[in-house]
Design a binder for this molecule. Structure first.
Ligand code: SF4
Ligand code: SF4
Length: 331
């Protein structure tokens, strides 16, 4: 069954970057120390910031990220604290290195998902994007997590460097035994992509001809697959998650964004001050969310206008969806 996952204000999603340090240097990394900070948050700060969002709506979900979150020695404690606070789901996004014996210090009931990032079905492609040795370590981390009874998911960020291997992921993920696959699209974010992003982005035609059909095939093997909708027909409804959803992207320097595309700019709408959330002054991302344009996402038009094409009378041929809008297939 294929469905568009609709936005809701009834669930709060906290994307909590507890540090920006990482052992890898992936070519598409979106971490930007200038805008995200270089700090590693102490467990007392993590505790205080988690409390700000726990119970905010009928369902609160937290995803711990970095950098590489398992480089934080107190991640197991942060997970247990989040569970105690009543977060409905807790996920760790990791590159698979699982530092500090992370997997030995948490139990499958502590975590809803461990989500691993892999960007190729072969060592050659993945390691060219994510770094030498990362394929073997990540896949061995996945196998270890599965053998210990954890729910696992995989994040595959599609770019021109690896779209040719997406089809190969069909048997590969089935063999690995993961529960979910998240196909992502490369966004123009972060220091490391500044010089090479145009080369790495895939065209609308290529995306449309590969991603939905591969997603269907993977779903047929019993794995739940999500991928961003990216493009909307001109008569489809556009919604901005900054307006109709309740997402918070928290960084160690205290900035809190409502939109991932805004994260490379100092236009965050919230920030932590003395461990409490405060609203920032105008102009900030909220002001952009209110603008309604025929092209759909305002931030896309500002930072990656090459994604758009126009008819001879100047109207856009399609809209760009919110980057957080997902299709989900479970067969
Ligand atoms: S994408 Fe993730 S794993 Fe790769 S360098 Fe950035 S933070 Fe590290
Ligand atoms: S990606 Fe675009 S549509 Fe989505 S929250 Fe950001 S500005 Fe809004």
């Amino acid at each position: 069954m294929k469905k568009t996952v609709s936005f809701s204000k009834n669930s709060t999603n906290v994307f909590f970057h507890i540090l920006t340090k990482c052992n890898l240097k992936c070519r598409h990394c979106y971490i930007n120390p200038e805008h995200h900070g270089k700090e590693t948050l102490s467990i007392s700060v993590i505790d205080a910031w988690l409390k700000e969002f726990a119970g905010k709506s009928s369902e609160s979900n937290v995803i711990f990220l970095g950098g590489e979150p398992t480089l934080h020695p107190d991640l197991p404690l942060a997970v247990k604290k989040a569970r105690k606070m009543g977060y409905n789901s807790i996920t760790i996004d990791t590159n698979g290195y699982l530092f500090h014996d992370f997997i030995e210090k948490v139990l499958p009931e502590d975590l809803d998902y461990i989500s691993f990032s892999l960007d190729g079905a072969t060592k050659e492609t993945n390691d060219m994007i994510r770094g030498s040795g990362s394929f073997d370590i990540c896949t061995s981390g996945i196998r270890k997590a599965i053998s210990k009874g954890f729910n696992t998911s995989l994040i595959y960020t599609v770019s021109s460097l690896n779209i040719h291997e997406l089809e190969m992921m069909v048997p590969f993920v089935k063999k690995l035994g993961i529960n979910r696959l998240f196909i992502q699209v490369l966004g123009i974010r972060g220091k490391s992509v500044e010089s090479q992003n145009d080369m790495m982005q895939v065209s609308r035609e290529r995306w449309a001809s590969v991603v939905p059909s591969v997603a269907e095939k993977i779903a047929d093997s019993g794995i739940i697959v999500s991928y961003p909708k990216v493009f909307l027909d001109i008569d489809e409804q556009f919604e901005c998650a900054g307006v109709v959803a309740d997402n918070y992207f928290i960084f160690p320097n205290g900035r809190v964004y409502r939109c991932p595309l805004c994260e490379d700019f100092s236009i965050h709408s919230m920030a932590f001050e003395n461990n409490k959330i405060v609203l920032t002054e105008k102009i900030n991302e909220n002001d952009f969310f209110q603008l309604q344009i025929p092209e759909g996402c305002v931030m896309n038009k500002i930072i990656q206008p090459d994604n758009l094409t126009y008819t001879s009378n100047g109207s856009p041929e399609y809209k760009i969806a919110c980057c957080l809008l997902k299709e989900e297939i479970s067969n």
